[in-house]
Ligand binder design. Sequence first.
Ligand SMILES: *Cc1c(COP(=O)(O)O)cnc(C)c1O
Length: 412
Amino acid sequence: MGMEHVEAYRCIDCGEEYEPEGIMYTCPNHEDPMEGLLDVVYDYDAIAEDFDGKADGDIPDLWKYRPFLPIAEDAEPVTLGEGGTDLIAAPRLSEDIGVEISVKDDSRNPTASFKDRATTVSVTKAKHHDHDVVTCASTGNAAASLAGYAARGGLTARIFVPESAPEGKLAQPLVYGADVIQVQGTYPEAGQLSLEVTEKYGWYNRNAAFNPFQVEGKRTAGLEIAEQTQGDVPDWVVVSVGDGCTIAGVWKGLKEFEKLGYIDETPKMLGVQAEGAPVIHEAFHGEESLDEKAKTLADSIAVAAPANLKKAVNAMEESDGNSVAVSDEEILDGELKLGSTEGLFVEPAAAAIVAGVEKAVEKDIIEEGESAVVVSSGYGLKDLDNAKNAGREPYSLPPDIEEIDAVFGDEE
Ligand SMILES: *Cc1c(COP(=O)(O)O)cnc(C)c1O
């Protein structure tokens, strides 16, 4: 198999450890589907031996971090060139908000979201283990990402979506050739069906609630941020939070780079959720959410029962971080602000980071003059309806230069 750098898969609930052999999803000791997620435990001496001397800031793609990934030596990566994204200074946005902001632009991944970091790892594993079919239940970026990487790897993707899924969101997986199964039911029902086919037919499952390798792939963003900021680690890293897999992954990567001595200290993690879907935010602040709710226009973080709640809360606690929730209106303001100050076009779930930094300043969580890397997770063209609501109205004028004079003439 060739995974000597992986020591074990450890259950985050009961601590039981499993041999890193074959594919395992969750710890069999738990009946509750919200329990039994596995964490991958590594031998960092083995990783350091492979990676030493390579933290030079030159990151062509995330496969630079192959020594960190739970992938067998003889596995061939299914890749579209994901990761290695730019860290862009944002001087106008920084001046506007009063915090020194850089944007880790993960909206520029191959299928236009952060999800590709996880998918490249799980589809590589699926292919290496001779699966022909990969599956997930998703209405959005996870489905698009899985479908794209399945096509790249010559596998079939079967995506389960609820009846209510917006048509626009299905276009991308359909163009990648996926079978999209519209389940005449709710989102949890579609999710349940995707688990049943995994058990019955052995289709490989990408669900973040279930597949431990999603976090492992996502942590490459933490490794990259650490490598790109060596010697000047930011005070904060800001991540929008749905299931909690992204923030947990980024934090794990940052910690690993500190452990290996490439950075001296770790940043604090700021999680940003939508006010309409605040389960992880509330759990961090010690409140228990009684109702499952997910009402926000930022569909990529509209999660009622977050699968990675424990790992996400842990990331904020361990890093001495914090959590804020933002309204839909603040999210749309953030989308316009990021676009108009820095030329970065992001979808609402990504725009939440801008709103989140503003909220954190307002609440004295982030102090004026501190530095923050904000992780932009999805591209703006993913959701044109909301982009239209975020942007300004066009001018509608007759084809007559005098009409232009009337509007803009004063400026000359
Ligand atoms: C999935 C997603 C998130 C949130 O990631 P989680 O792992 O669910 O917390 C944020 N932004 C975008 C664009 C996403 O697709």
